[in-house]
Design a binder for this molecule. Structure first.
Ligand SMILES: *[C@@H]1O[C@H](CO)[C@@H](O)[C@H](O)[C@H]1NC(C)=O
Ligand SMILES: *[C@@H]1O[C@H](CO)[C@@H](O)[C@H](O)[C@H]1NC(C)=O
Length: 389
């Protein structure tokens, strides 16, 4: 009986201890649950704050995008306006330059027109079926700066020779020949060039290299075209240019009286005479005999012209302003009457700070070799087809 009582007592004690443990555990659990729910609250508050913040940011970003767009539009508008003003200023300058010629005697004008008609009447028979005309300038590459402000550089425009020729200055007699463009750009100055001493100084920057020969105008008052064989170093032929009372052909490059140019069709001379002082003349030359085969009076003024080049029998005259601005083709004359200035695109050269003293077209590469304030530059052209009439 005692034993049973003792056992019951022990059991009671054990239950009480157990209860205490259970209570304790329950309190702990409650506390943990409390804490978890606090965390939960905090996290969801953070989450919603984060969401709000994100929304604010998105809104701000959208506004910034809008602002950026407006800014971009404003900038675009501004640059178009600047360009337009630039063109208008250029245009005004050309207009003003031409004004002194307004009050020319009517009779004289009539007479001139007849001469023009007479001169241009003969139809030009093309030697090739080339119908390319310039569409735009695709790229510009500045290769080097050697020599003085004025000069001319070119490859042979009538052969696939890789050689490069440099005529530095407008009244020198040393022609520099490099074996390739790469050699030219890698050379310190003229160090790697072969110096060719020509028998006469040249005048201006209107020379050309065509089928292994240098064609240049001898310096001096008598305009003699020299044909010089680059292989054996001899003067093969020379001829006095038959035009009378010559005047500088481009008013902005006054050293050049005759600009010789070669294209797909052969050899051309761009020049001007006192007889038709306002405009540029063009002559087709026989590269073998230096005879003049045909001449034209172009409608292109000399005033504000800096250089010109010929592609497929079309002369492109490039104009600038006295304070060099952007060079552009503003007058075009086609000997086969397929392109007029109105139809030709107004081609602007990329902005430079000097002026072109020469622009030489290479028909095989469709590149223009330009000399701009001592820099040797290449312009890559995009061509299109002339339209048949
Ligand atoms: C190039 O010509 C300029 C003058 O036009 C002259 O000062 C310079 O020395 C010449 N350079 C070379 C390498 O002949
Ligand atoms: C040089 O070559 C030309 C042909 O291009 C030839 O007519 C002339 O006789 C040659 N002169 C000399 C000195 O070899």
């Amino acid at each position: 009986m005692r034993a049973i009582l003792l056992l019951t007592g022990l059991l009671c004690l054990a239950r009480a201890q157990n209860q205490a443990l259970m209570d304790y555990l329950e309190r702990r659990l409650l506390a943990i649950e409390d804490r978890i729910s606090t965390w939960h609250d905090q996290t969801s508050r953070y989450a919603s704050e984060l969401r709000e913040f994100k929304q604010q940011m998105v809104g701000m970003l959208e506004n910034m995008d809008k602002d950026k767009e407006t800014l971009r539009n404003d900038l675009n508008g501004m640059s178009t306006r600047v360009e337009r003003v630039e063109r208008e200023m250029d245009y005004l300058e050309t207009q003003n330059g031409a004004q002194p010629c307004v009050d020319v005697d009517d009779k004289l004008v009539e007479q001139e027109v007849t001469i023009v008609k007479e001169k241009n009447k003969a139809k030009y028979s093309k030697l090739t079926d080339c119908r390319d005309m310039i569409s735009s300038i695709k790229a510009m590459k500045i290769l080097k700066r050697v020599g003085g402000a004025k000069g001319m550089w070119t490859k042979d425009t009538g052969s696939s020779s890789a050689k490069v020729y440099i005529f530095n200055g407008t009244s020198e007699d040393t022609l520099y020949e490099f074996s390739s463009i790469r050699d030219f750009t890698a050379s310190p100055g003229m160090a790697r060039a072969k110096a060719i001493n020509l028998p006469h100084s040249w005048g201006g920057s209107g020379h050309t290299i065509y089928k292994g020969h240098a064609y240049y105008v001898k310096d001096g008052k008598e305009f003699q075209v020299i044909k010089y064989d680059l292989q054996n170093g001899t003067v093969v032929d020379s001829a006095v240019f038959p035009a009378q009372e010559q005047v500088p052909v481009y008013s902005l490059t006054p050293e050049t009286y005759i600009d010789l140019a070669a294209d797909e069709e052969g050899l051309w001379a761009i020049y001007a005479t006192r007889e038709n002082e306002r405009n540029i003349c063009l002559a087709k030359m026989d590269p073998n005999t230096l005879d003049i085969e045909q001449t034209w009076d172009t409608p292109c003024p000399r005033e504000n012209a800096e250089a010109a080049f010929v592609i497929c029998g079309t002369v492109y005259v490039v104009y600038n302003t006295k304070l060099p601005s952007r060079s552009r083709v503003q007058c075009v004359f086609d000997v086969s009457d397929m392109v007029t200035t109105d139809e030709a695109p107004l081609v602007y050269f990329p902005k430079r700070y000097g002026a072109h003293s020469s622009l030489k077209y290479n028909p095989l590469e469709q590149l223009i070799y330009a000399w701009d304030d001592g820099y040797q530059i290449l312009y890559k052209l995009i061509m299109k087809k002339k339209l048949e009439v």
